[in-house]
Structures are given as structure tokens and as C-alpha cells.
Design a binder for this molecule. Structure first.
Ligand code: ADE
Length: 234
């Protein structure tokens, strides 16, 4: 078993790379891959960069060069669900794009033409471990669809349009691309996101205030998930 952990920004992986033991680094395609152990579990941690292409690239590298068997995406997100407050955790049941638009050819919003799914399903066991990690650390969490696009959502109108068109509990910029690439490689994945803002007119103020705190918070949950994965595979 080898767990790939992807965060888009340095703040999202900093706590994890600091905890790594026996760490060896490799630079590929402009990203540094940190290979080592986290709570004795073999892991590869990478900061992908922001957005769908950066994220998908890192999944393919984790698959081809590092042969990871599981993937976790850790980071922050804007809330779409009124019950998800700043600091709470969103766990993916599935992930889809909100900005994949091929409507003129009859495809629903988010559907990648000729893919057999609209939303890429997360791994049930990793979902359960993520929920368990939230319980252990006494952090409120909700599980549902996570939606992604190359857009920072900070307007009430855009947020409502995404909710109407896609549903979802939170919005961010990498999860669905990671899910898509993991799905094509048949690698089980889960997305974990701490809420940094409400994806509306308050985001421009809340995001810079809570960005680092939420990113570190999600990394702690991810470390706890890694520990649980190691314990059950001992
Ligand atoms: N990541 C954190 N907050 C976000 C938002 N409001 N939109 C997109 N990605 C985000």
C-alpha cells in the first residue's frame, strides 16, 4: 500500500511534509514529490499547483512513477451547503466539474463527453476512514458531492448557479480533476476539504483570513486518516 497525498498549495501540505520520516524528494514537471512514511504508512506528498490540469498531472505522475495504490486530496473549499461552516470538513462521495459545458451536444452540465459517469465516485472505504478521522478529532463533517472548476467562486449569483446546476456540498478547483484521473487509472481516492469561506460575497474577506488555518486543519485530518490506514494494514 502506498498513499498519494495531493494539496494544491504549499499551505495545504506543509504539516504533512513536516511530519514525514525517511523523506526523499524528486522534482518532476515542476512539482516536488516527497516520498517517505507518515505514521509508518508509505506515502508520497505533492503540492500540485492550483487548478484542474496541475492536479490531474500530479495524479498521473503518482500513478506512473510512484505506483501509489490510493489517493487523498487535502485542501480547502468554499461551502455550498448552509450546514457546512468555516472550519468544518467536506468528504467526497463523488466529484464532478461545474465548468464542463457541452450542452449544445445534449450533455448535462459537468458531463465529459463519452465518459461513462457524470461524477467520479470516491472509494467507500476511504470515505469511511475520513469520516472516522473527523470523529476522532471531533471535527464536524458532511459527506456529499464535491464540485470543481477553474474558478474561484465569490459571488452569490455564481454560487446559486452551481447549486442549481450541480448540487454539491462545496466548491474548489482540483478535486474533480484528481477524481477523473484516479478513475481512469483505477486508483481509489477520496477528497477531504476544510471550509475556508462560503463561496459568496463574503469570500474575499473570509478566504485570506481562514485560508492557512483551514489548510492546516485538513492536513491534520489527512494525517489521522493515514494513521488509520496504517493501523488496519499492519
Ligand atoms: N477554494 C476555497 N474557497 C474556494 C472558492 N470560494 N471557490 C473555489 N475554490 C475555493
Amino acid at each position: 500500500m502506498k498513499l498519494g497525498i495531493i494539496g494544491a498549495m504549499q499551505e495545504e501540505i506543509a504539516l504533512l511534509t513536516a511530519q514525514l520520516e525517511h523523506s526523499v524528494t524528486t522534482e518532476t514537471a515542476g512539482s516536488v514529490f516527497y516520498e517517505g512514511t507518515l505514521h509508518q504508512l508509505p506515502v508520497v506528498v505533492v503540492c500540485s499547483g492550483v487548478g484542474k490540469v496541475n492536479a490531474a498531472l500530479c495524479v498521473q505522475i503518482l500513478a506512473d512513477l510512484f505506483h501509489v495504490t490510493h489517493i487523498v486530496n487535502t485542501g480547502i473549499a468554499g461551502s455550498l451547503d448552509p450546514q457546512l461552516d468555516i472550519g468544518d470538513i467536506a468528504v467526497s462521495i463523488e466529484a464532478m466539474y461545474h465548468d464542463f459545458l457541452v450542452g449544445p451536444f445534449g450533455y448535462p452540465r459537468g458531463q465529459v463527453p463519452r465518459m461513462d459517469v457524470l461524477a467520479f465516485p470516491a472509494d467507500p472505504h476511504l470515505i469511511a476512514l475520513a469520516q472516522d478521522a473527523c470523529r476522532s478529532l471531533q471535527v464536524p463533517c458532511r459527506t456529499g458531492r464535491i464540485v470543481s472548476g477553474d474558478q474561484f467562486v465569490c459571488s452569490d449569483a455564481v454560487k446559486q448557479d452551481i447549486i442549481d446546476g450541480c448540487g454539491g456540498i462545496c466548491v474548489e478547483m482540483e478535486g474533480a480533476a484528481i477524481a477523473h484521473a484516479a478513475y481512469r487509472n483505477r486508483i481509489p481516492f477520496v477528497i477531504l476539504r476544510a471550509i475556508s469561506d462560503k463561496a459568496n460575497h463574503t469570500s474575499e474577506l473570509d478566504y485570506p483570513t481562514f485560508e492557512t488555518q483551514a489548510a492546516h486543519h485538513c492536513a491534520s485530518i489527512t494525517a489521522c486518516l493515514a494513521q488509520k490506514l496504517e493501523e488496519e494494514n499492519r
